[in-house]
Design a protein. Structure first.
Length: 283
């Protein structure tokens, strides 16, 4: 059942991508404009409708099948305070369809937050080359107006939106009696902590891009567009470090410094270490 749940979350994410993505067309006439956008709206509506059907349908499926296969649906939250940090799993009663619906939606929303964090990271380092034109178009279709914002705005806004999704999920669980009663301040602390911990995937992505960038710098892999995009993205990530003297002769230590910073951020984004840091900041 866990594998089935994973596959259904992946299918839901693909439907979300289909809904957000708008195929590129070109037409100069007004008739072509309205026809084109009408077709896009219809296609997007189908994707969104299928997503809703999937989330509701699997909730009904879990409601009917879970007791037969002895499976207990759970969602995991990680909370940290200045005093402690803990991970706890909240079980869902299979006999209550409303709770199964909450499980279906909330488990997918966690995937959605992670996916959009990856998109925001990709947007901040997207290359301006012609080779990456389709990649830039995809990011624009998924992020909308957020893709046009500078990094100093899109990053905190993405964290705020991610925390809002987690806050809504925690509030829903509290209303259903699954999450013990919490004050608005406690819910906000839980949601912001979850959003920060979700940033770990960004740190892993940064390490991956930088690793490929360094590899491509010393080994020639040809003129494939993928490696051109990696090269441009790596240079974009390293641009803030160019202000510091990190080059000695022909050896550039900027990639190593950036990878060390990403690894340090990954180590820091752990509940116990975040509790320690939070305690130092408020103390």
């Amino acid at each position: 059942m866990e594998w089935l749940h994973l596959i259904l979350n992946l299918a839901a994410l693909l439907l979300w991508i289909h809904w957000r993505h708008t195929p590129a067309h070109s037409s100069g006439s007004k008739a072509g404009f309205f026809k084109r956008h009408g077709t896009r709206l219809a296609r997007g509506s189908v994707g969104l409708l299928l997503l809703a059907i999937l989330l509701v349908g699997r909730a009904w499926f879990y409601h009917r099948i879970a007791p037969e296969v002895d499976w207990q649906p759970r969602v995991t939250f990680i909370a940290f305070t200045p005093e402690f940090s803990a991970a706890f799993s909240l079980p869902f009663t299979w006999a209550d369809f409303g709770k199964q619906l909450a499980f279906s939606v909330i488990s997918f929303s966690g995937w959605l937050v992670l996916y959009n964090f990856v998109l925001v990271f990709a947007s901040t380092i997207k290359p301006a080359t012609e080779d990456a034109r389709r990649w830039r178009y995809f990011l624009r279709s998924q992020l909308g107006f957020l893709d046009m914002l500078p990094a100093v705005l899109i990053v905190p806004l993405a964290i705020l939106l991610g925390a809002s999704v987690h806050y809504g999920s925690a509030w829903w669980l509290m209303q259903l009696g699954i999450l013990p009663g919490q004050s608005p301040e406690a819910l906000l602390h839980l949601a912001s902590g979850m959003a920060v911990l979700n940033l770990r995937i960004v740190a892993w992505m940064a390490l991956g891009v930088l690793g490929l960038y360094v590899l491509n710098s010393y080994i020639y892999f040809g003129e494939h567009k993928f490696w051109k995009i990696i090269d441009s993205s790596g240079q974009a990530m390293l641009s803030p470090l160019r202000l510091f003297p990190l080059q000695w002769g022909k050896v550039d230590f900027a990639p190593l410094a950036a990878m060390a910073a990403a690894w340090g951020g990954l180590l820091l984004m752990h509940p116990e270490r975040l509790s320690w840091l939070y305690q130092r900041l408020i103390g």
